[in-house]
Design a protein around this ligand. Structure first.
Ligand code: ARG
Length: 388
């Protein structure tokens, strides 16, 4: 597993077409082994093409004369980090009503700049949980094609949501006909929306189980989809081998999403003891964005956040952090997710300090952003490699 994770980072940082088939050796003075949760001294990492072939003690791995060597003997080497909750095509400059003026192509181009920022910040894989007009699909494909620099992306395309819910667009009066691309009501409509997303390139499904902070006119704690609708979304997505991420702040919505079989609950702000118990029993990951509250409340209306959003943020922000601590202590599996896009891309790592403040060891926080996140992604087609 560690090789897979390291491969993600190094594939992107190191591989170039000219040396794709060659071996590269990295001398690591210290290496964070995220699988065993250890800091290892004097390691050598052997890379073939864009994959790590071997990792082991420097004394046990000979480096042939003339080989390509990257000497990080004086550094600590860390696998590429994974952020499971970002919106690369969303720009913090366009919050609230300003967002209405950004076209889909403009958002895709924001994404190109934000992808580079995210990569440069050490996040080499992201899960993009919602974008309009398939801008995220286009960005993923452009990155994979080498047109622009950015992290590996898994994308959700349109977030599914009920009419008037958190994943709809509620900013304009009826005569403008504004509607979120993922709006679908009832079991068959939601199945159709999952199929449509898949048809046009989505890798996973994201839906809004409850209201949210930044949407207009939604109650942050209120459940929006019924259990029946959530179960239909999950079954249709899993039929297509696609994981499901549920946005849920409110207690009942979190429980329903877990009962419906989602792979991860995003935010999980008001999770109670029953939600925590169910997450453990069902092996559900929580992806709790415990930094972003600080940014939203510091920036306030100057960043374009609606006054109602600030009221809602004050309701959930601290509660979410306290519940992060409880869920972690109880043993719920956690993956790192920041909601970058609400705040500037590239600052993703700010969340680590909050995860540690609310109960994780630094190693656990790093594991949430590496091995745990990789498990939640379910890396298709990536084999484990020899580890010495
Ligand atoms: N996108 C999320 C929403 O609008 C942001 C929530 C941020 N607040 C928090 N405490 N995590 O609901």
């Amino acid at each position: 597993m560690s090789n897979r994770i390291l491969a993600i980072a190094l594939a992107i940082f190191i591989a170039s077409p000219a040396m794709a088939q060659d071996l590269t050796y990295i001398k690591a003075g210290r290496m964070v082994d995220v699988v065993d949760g250890q800091l290892r001294i004097d390691q050598t990492i052997v890379i073939r093409g864009d994959r790590i072939e071997r990792v082991g003690s420097a004394s046990g791995i000979d480096i042939p004369a003339g080989a390509q060597v990257i000497d990080l003997s004086n550094a600590t080497v860390l696998p590429g980090l994974i952020d499971m909750h970002v919106h690369l095509t969303g720009d913090p400059e366009t919050q609230g009503y300003a967002n209405l003026a950004a076209s889909v192509p403009r958002n895709a181009l924001f994404g190109a700049a934000n992808g580079r920022r995210t990569m440069n910040a050490g996040f080499t894989t992201v899960r993009n949980v919602g974008a309009g007009g398939y801008a995220d699909v286009a960005l993923r494909d452009a990155i994979n094609n080498g047109d622009v620099v950015g992290p590996r992306m898994r994308v959700a395309a349109h977030s599914l949501g009920v009419t008037g819910g958190h994943c709809d667009n509620n900013f304009l009066p009826a005569e403008y006909g504004a509607k979120g691309g993922g709006v679908a009501d009832g079991p068959w409509e939601v199945r159709k929306k999952v199929r449509e997303n898949a048809k046009f390139g989505a890798d996973l499904t994201k839906f809004c189980a409850t209201g949210g902070v930044l949407s207009k006119g939604t109650s942050v704690g209120a459940q929006q989809y019924t259990l029946e609708e959530m179960a239909a979304i999950v079954s249709e997505s899993h039929l297509r081998d696609r994981k499901v991420a549920a946005h849920a702040h409110g207690t009942e919505g979190i429980i329903a999403a877990i009962q419906a079989g989602v792979d991860s609950v995003e935010h999980a702000s008001m999770i109670d003891a029953e939600g925590i118990r169910l997450a453990i029993v069902n092996d559900t990951f929580l992806v709790m964005d415990v930094y972003v509250s600080t940014y939203i409340l510091e920036m306030g209306e100057s960043a374009g956040f609606l006054p109602e959003s600030l009221v809602k943020e004050r309701l959930v922000g601290q509660v979410q952090r306290n519940n992060f601590r409880k869920a972690h202590e109880a043993g719920v599996r956690m993956a790192f997710g920041s909601d970058a896009g609400v705040y500037p891309h590239g600052n993703n790592a700010r969340q680590f300090a909050y995860m540690v403040e609310y109960g994780m060891t630094p190693m656990e926080a790093i594991q949430a952003a590496t091995v745990n996140a990789a498990e939640l992604l379910g890396w298709p087609g990536d084999a484990d490699l020899t580890r010495t």
